[in-house]
Design a protein around this ligand. Structure first.
Ligand code: SF4
Length: 289
């Protein structure tokens, strides 16, 4: 049995995704890895913690590109964006190199799954990382970024990422990249290429914009940048706010039912679904796949 604390509980897109794909993954990520940063913790806990920090290369590259967009977007001091902010790759590459060297020293917040998989050399992973980053940043720069970088500074809305949000008693998380004001509306760009939780992200974005800038819900729109970095896609344009909130609360109710009254959870209550193992960061440690 693993102990939990109800105050730790929050809803996020990732949490729902894990809950709905492999319950064992959900258990490993949110419960079994707890405390694994402590070298005195049991070996399995440390393994799960190490696995929790793994990230596939493609996802890492996307995060770095988003980091570069965010840094450049908010760094410009004048309404005219400085020329260097139009080039994302140099900034992205510097950040990627810095994180990569820390990964090799086992001193980074995340580590590439490909580095521990042992199927290719670190040099090859590094080469692919820069090539993917160059391609993605190039695509973003040629397409979406040119529109974004022309937005005047006075219309750029700084926003924390990740962003914690309270809906009544429930804590939720969003991961916005940028927020801007456009023609009386607030537009949020979310840090994902996936539209599978578009309604939830858009509805939570409305709550966030209301709290941060007093924006009426009908004036708040959310977008994701397609995986190729070329186009924005609006998400949740027709989302029914009440229905989305009911869905989130249903998730939370189901998840909470597996927390016993004394605050513990039982590993056996979280069955494995092996159809998702191929891309799972826990596959080297899971012992169920
Ligand atoms: S390796 Fe497979 S069974 Fe294990 S947690 Fe991941 S998806 Fe679930």
């Amino acid at each position: 049995m693993i102990s939990t604390q109800s105050t730790d509980f929050f809803w996020s897109v990732r949490r729902r995704r894990y809950w709905r794909t492999c319950r064992r993954k959900y258990f490993l990520y949110y419960y079994a890895a707890r405390g694994g940063f402590d070298l005195a913790s049991p070996q399995p806990v440390r393994e799960f913690y190490a696995a929790k920090r793994l990230i596939p290369l493609a996802e890492f590259v996307r995060r770095i590109a988003n980091f570069a967009m965010r840094e450049s977007f908010y760094a410009a001091q004048d309404d005219e964006a400085p020329a260097e902010t139009l080039e994302l790759f140099p900034l992205a590459a510097r950040r990627a190199e810095w994180e990569f060297s820390r990964m090799l020293a086992n001193d980074n917040r995340v580590t590439l799954l490909e580095l521990v998989a042992g199927e290719e050399s670190a040099g090859n992973v590094h080469h692919r990382m820069l090539a993917l980053l160059d391609a993605l940043c190039g695509e973003i720069t040629r397409n979406a970024w040119s529109a974004l970088s022309n937005i005047p500074k006075c219309d750029r809305r700084p926003i924390e990422s990740p962003l914690e949000l309270a809906i009544a008693e429930l804590k939720c998380f969003l991961v916005p990249v940028l927020a801007v004001r456009r023609a009386g509306e607030i537009w949020l760009l979310e840090n994902t290429a996936s539209t599978d939780a578009g309604n939830e992200i858009a509805v939570l974005g409305k709550f966030a914009a209301a709290k941060l800038w007093g924006a009426p819900p009908q004036t708040v729109r959310s977008f994701v940048l397609a995986g190729d970095g070329a186009t924005f896609t609006e998400i949740g344009a027709d989302a029914d706010v009440s229905e989305v909130l009911r869905g989130i609360r249903r998730d939370v109710e189901e998840m909470s039912q597996l927390i016993h009254e004394n605050g513990t959870v039982d590993e056996d209550d979280f069955p494995a679904d092996a159809s998702h193992c191929a891309t799972c960061v826990f596959r080297f440690f899971c012992r169920q796949n």
